[in-house]
Ligand binder design. Structure first.
Ligand code: NAP
Length: 283
């Protein structure tokens, strides 16, 4: 199959490498010549250029740009494409993208590979990044069933765990497990930095170990991506943040009133249900 990739960063390059390994012909588009050279040298793309017209003969195009650039990229692509070409995207937010993209292009299928790392750009690409990770497709009543099945076939071939959800369901769910953790983790780092006593702050930095590393990881990642999640999934993330603030107030209340049993009950419940979030990917 002839596959196009626009935005040869972490996600685009990782997809490109996997698809090439499977024998597909991969054509990449970046805004930078140096990225195109790297993409060809690292065997991420068969050909890469700065020209969207190079994708005119492709069958499926993956838009892997930052969220804000997805719809403008589709608008720029349209004049070059055959109507049968399928467009899908990798954006971490779906409602803001899927409706408009489907209006623009009948063969559009919203997608979100739920894999990544805290780096960005082509240098951060990982081989087999998507294997055993969830990959969500977000069809609506207007999505072409044929286009959906062709994207689904490719997703399965990555050994991803394929899920279907509406764009709204996707955005509410990822607000809980992806976007809220970023804001909570970012607030944790920020709260530590507001320690007024420089000696305590210095000790905290020196004493920080695995617990802090784990809880601060997502809040210390790509700032542009976190900002776009907040901007493009604003309502869902606020819904989760308000509920999180309520839970935090409950914990504060329990500690203030020395209600140790309440704290223990909360932690005991969490200890047993945490795996539901982690193991559910294997279902
Ligand atoms: P990334 O590493 O920054 O790659 C995005 C690439 O898009 C950049 O390398 C850049 O390549 C190109 N680009 C940047 N701004 C652009 C613009 N204004 N117009 C056109 N192209 C532009 O980001 P990523 O992590 O791969 O994320 C790509 C998409 O996947 C995002 O929509 C994100 O929400 C989604 N996603 C990310 C993750 C994750 O964990 N990182 C996971 C799942 C989904 P050039 O400068 O070479 O053009």
């Amino acid at each position: 199959m002839k596959i196009g990739i626009v935005g040869i960063g972490l996600i685009g390059a990782s997809l490109g490498w996997d698809f090439r390994q499977m024998g597909h012909h991969v054509i990449g588009v970046s805004r930078q010549h140096s990225t195109c050279t790297t993409a060809e040298r690292e065997e991420i793309c068969d050909r890469a250029s700065c020209n969207l017209a190079s994708l005119q003969d492709t069958e499926i195009i993956f838009i892997c740009t930052p969220i804000a650039a997805i719809i403008p990229t589709i608008e720029q692509l349209i004049p070059h494409l055959h109507p049968d070409t399928i467009i899908t995207d990798a954006g971490s937010v779906k409602e803001a993208i899927v409706d408009r993209s489907t209006e623009l292009w009948a063969n559009f299928v919203g997608g979100h590979p739920m894999a990544g790392n805290s780096q960005s750009g082509i240098a951060a690409f990982e081989k087999r990044l998507f294997a055993d990770r969830p990959y969500v497709l977000t069809p609506t009543s207007k999505t072409s069933p044929i286009a959906l099945e062709r994207v689904a076939e490719l997703v399965r071939s990555l050994n991803s765990i394929l899920y279907y959800a509406t764009p709204e369901q996707h955005d509410l769910a990822v607000a809980w497990i992806s976007h809220l953790p970023i804001m909570v983790s970012a607030s944790l780092i920020s709260a530590c930095l507001h320690e007024a006593d420089p000696t305590i702050l210095d000790f905290a930095k020196k004493f920080a170990s695995t617990g802090f590393r784990d809880t601060s990881r997502v809040g210390g990642g790509n700032p542009e991506m976190g900002m776009m999640m907040a901007e493009y999934n604003r309502e869902a993330i606020l819904r989760s943040l308000y509920q999180y603030r309520d839970r935090l107030d409950t914990v504060i209340g329990s500690i203030e009133t020395q209600a140790w049993t309440e704290i223990k009950d909360l932690l005991s419940t969490n200890q047993s249900v945490r795996n539901d979030f982690l193991d559910s990917k294997d279902v």
